[in-house]
Each structure stands twice: as structure tokens, then as C-alpha cells.
Design a protein around this ligand. Structure first.
Ligand SMILES: Nc1ncnc2c1ncn2[C@@H]1O[C@H](COP(=O)(O)OP(=O)(O)OP(=O)(O)O)[C@@H](O)[C@H]1O
Ligand SMILES: [Mg+2]
Length: 211
């Protein structure tokens, strides 16, 4: 499987310690039909924890760090690129052919990966919808993909109303487990705990304590 973690200093076995209860809790939640929200200050080990859980699952996993995306179309393109990594093949190509906005896809001869971009700035919502809906189409009740969106609070920097748009898309999905991680606690709590927020009580909120 492709390693979804390209950057940084997330720890791997055998250095990963003292998170037995947390690993169990996160795994159990992902085996249920619930979404999961993990909040903690920086450097508490959120990314390492989810990585550990992912390493132990045989489910399909998509990992995207929202902090490293710089526009709605870039966010959608990076997500689609990861979907290609996990499900290369004809079924995916067929589905992408039916997108309202067709992405530019080219094979990068150096990395042997696809490079993807969306041009139409005026059609951000259809682009997001089409890409996210792939996740639900390609999964099934028995084969639920796990979609990890790290530094999730940064969706708010991508454009106004992103929370509303994403929530409207995600709540239709029957066969995806979403995991949102965030290190800006007040923003994360605003997104998931404010009654007026579209993501209010979207999933199980798990504050990660210091190791
Ligand atoms: N279970 C663990 N055992 C040992 N060291 C750990 C563990 N979890 C995290 N660390 C250490 O803490 C550092 C921060 O971990 P990690 O990047 O996973 O935290 P984070 O909460 O995702 O931080 P950020 O908010 O900055 O992304 C790691 O580089 C690692 O050195
Ligand atoms: Mg992190």
C-alpha cells in the first residue's frame, strides 16, 4: 500500500508508545459507522496516532493534510490524486469521465503518479461534490474507506461557506468513515460543537491528552 504520510516526523514503531487505549478507541470507532474528530494542541501525537491505527487496518485509507492545500480546486485535485493511488483502474476512470468539470490528468514520468488539476474556478462546488462523491461510490457497506482530513480547521481558509458545502456533501455518504484531526482547538470546537455550525455533532469528538 502507498504510504499516505510523506512529510514530517510522525513516529513509527518501535518508537510509538503509550497509546494502547487510544488506538483501541480509534479503531473501534472506525469499525462503527461513526465519524471521528480528534482534537489536541500541536505535537500531542494526533497524526502519529491515526497513522498507527491505519497501519493496523486492511481497509482502504485516504489521508490528506488540508493545511497543504491552497484553494478549493487544489483541495479537490489532491484528494482525487489520492483516490487514484488507492483505486487505480477502469471503474474510477469511468466515474471521472462523468464529472461535470473534467480534470486535467497527466502521468508524471518521474514519480509514475498522476498529476491532477482543475481549472474552472467558477465551478468549485461541483468539483468538490464530484470528487467527494467518488469516495461513497467506490466504497461499499463491507468495504468502507477511511478518509482522514488532517488540520481540518484549515478548510475555513479555502473559501467562505466551505463548512456548509462539505457538510452537505458528506452527510449523504453512507459508506465512508471520515476522520478529522485539528490542532487549533478553538476553531475545531467552533466547527464541531457550535449549535449553529453545519458540522455540529458530525461525529464522535475525541480530545487527545498529552502522552
Ligand atoms: N505515541 C508516541 N510515542 C512516542 N512519541 C510520540 C508519540 N506520538 C507522538 N510522538 C512524538 O510527538 C511528535 C508529534 O507527533 P505528531 O506529529 O503525531 O503530533 P500532532 O498532534 O499531529 O502535531 P501537529 O498538530 O503539529 O500536527 C512526533 O514527532 C513524535 O516525536
Ligand atoms: Mg499532525
Amino acid at each position: 500500500m502507498t504510504n499516505p504520510f510523506k512529510f514530517g516526523s510522525v513516529v513509527e514503531d518501535p518508537f510509538f508508545t503509550n497509546r494502547k487505549k487510544e488506538v483501541e478507541f480509534v479503531s473501534k470507532t472506525l469499525d462503527s459507522n461513526n465519524h471521528l474528530i480528534i482534537i489536541s494542541p500541536r505535537r500531542f501525537g494526533k497524526t502519529s496516532l491515526i497513522r498507527k491505527v491505519i497501519a493496523e487496518t486492511d481497509r482502504k485509507v485516504i489521508y490528506l493534510d488540508v493545511q497543504l492545500t491552497n484553494s478549493v480546486n487544489d483541495f479537490a485535485a489532491q484528494l482525487l490524486k489520492r483516490i487514484y493511488r488507492v483505486w487505480p483502474g477502469e471503474k474510477l476512470r469511468q466515474l471521472v469521465r462523468h464529472f461535470r468539470i473534467i480534470p486535467n490528468i497527466s502521468l508524471n514520468p518521474l514519480s509514475n503518479e498522476v498529476d491532477i488539476s482543475f481549472q474552472a474556478k467558477e465551478a468549485e462546488t461541483p468539483v468538490l461534490e464530484d470528487v467527494f462523491n467518488l469516495l461513497d461510490k467506490i466504497g461499499s457497506e463491507k468495504n468502507r474507506p477511511v478518509v482522514v482530513l488532517d488540520e481540518f480547521q484549515d478548510i475555513m481558509k479555502l473559501g467562505t461557506g466551505m463548512d456548509k458545502t462539505l457538510r452537505a456533501i458528506m452527510q449523504q455518504h453512507q459508506t465512508v468513515n471520515y476522520v478529522m484531526l485539528g490542532s487549533q482547538e478553538s476553531l475545531m470546537r467552533e466547527i464541531f460543537e457550535d449549535k449553529k455550525s453545519p458540522f455540529y455533532h458530525f461525529g464522535i469528538l475525541f480530545p487527545l491528552e498529552k502522552n
